[in-house]
Design a protein around this ligand. Structure first.
Ligand code: NI
Length: 255
């Protein structure tokens, strides 16, 4: 059984067949899917969906793209949602200097505030870092606390940087790009980081792995990410599935 540690199940691109996809989780060999959120509305949807289905867990928070829309009031609502049943993390939060949909100083401000919320609630947090390695590092380490932990989602940094985050209790999650021929860094991370610190994810409907690259992604395709890690490490698919699932359960204290 596999875990998809990051999927956007509320995305419009699942409107036509969301129910079918969720019903197939068992058949597709998925034990858990983490429904990530990007703003207040998607956080509400994540909580509702997680409460409805055993295999779905939720994270709540604001994506850096939407940082410009955050208010102190909206974060108070997020904080309330974070304490509901089946909500296991704050996220996805972080910095995105590739698209710059929100001004960078605003992104940094609200990333820091959401990390502080995770600390107050003693919850793990899920980090989105696109072309912002230095500033993400400064905020995560600047705000570190005893018990800091979380997920570096769709990790795109170096193995050396990954090892720094592991020291703070983070797991390194790899997505579809690890299957792309030109994804040298992701393949290096898959090779160098011990399996005990890795997770697999889809970030669906985005980042579709080979052989479905270009089509819509879905949680079942997380197996292609796991297969590629197994190939790179020269171990079995079953071992990747078993250990990454155990990692996920350890992080979120699931039995
Ligand atoms: Ni995402």
């Amino acid at each position: 059984m596999l875990v998809d540690s990051h999927a956007h199940l509320d995305d419009d691109r699942f409107d036509k067949d969301r129910q079918i996809i969720i019903n197939n989780f068992e058949k597709d060999g998925l034990s858990y899917v983490l429904h990530a959120s990007s703003d207040l509305q998607s956080s509400i949807r994540a909580v509702n969906t997680a409460q409805k289905y055993d295999k779905i867990l939720a994270s709540v928070g604001y994506h850096p793209h939407d940082a410009k829309d955050i208010t102190t009031e909206s974060l108070i609502i997020i904080k309330g949602l974070a304490q509901k049943e089946k909500v296991v993390a704050i996220g996805e939060i972080g910095l995105d200097y590739h698209y710059d949909h929100s001004p960078r100083d605003i992104q940094r401000h609200w990333f820091r505030e959401q990390v502080r919320m995770a600390r107050e609630l003693d919850m793990p947090y899920i980090v989105h870092d696109r072309d912002a390695h230095r500033d993400v590092y400064d905020i995560v380490f600047g705000e570190k606390y005893s018990g800091t932990r979380g997920i570096m989602h769709c990790y795109s940094g170096s193995p050396e940087l990954a090892k720094e985050y592991i020291k703070l209790g983070f797991l390194i999650s790899l997505a579809g790009p690890v299957t792309f021929d030109n994804a040298k860094k992701a393949k290096e991370v898959a090779k160098e980081i011990p399996l005990e610190y890795l997770l697999v994810e889809t970030d669906s409907p985005y980042l579709t792995p080979v052989p479905y690259r270009g089509k819509r992604n879905q949680p079942a395709y997380v197996k292609y990410v796991a297969e590629e890690i197994a190939r790179i490490k020269g171990i079995s698919f079953e071992e990747v599935a078993r250990v990454t699932t155990a990692n996920f359960k350890r992080l979120f204290k699931l039995v």
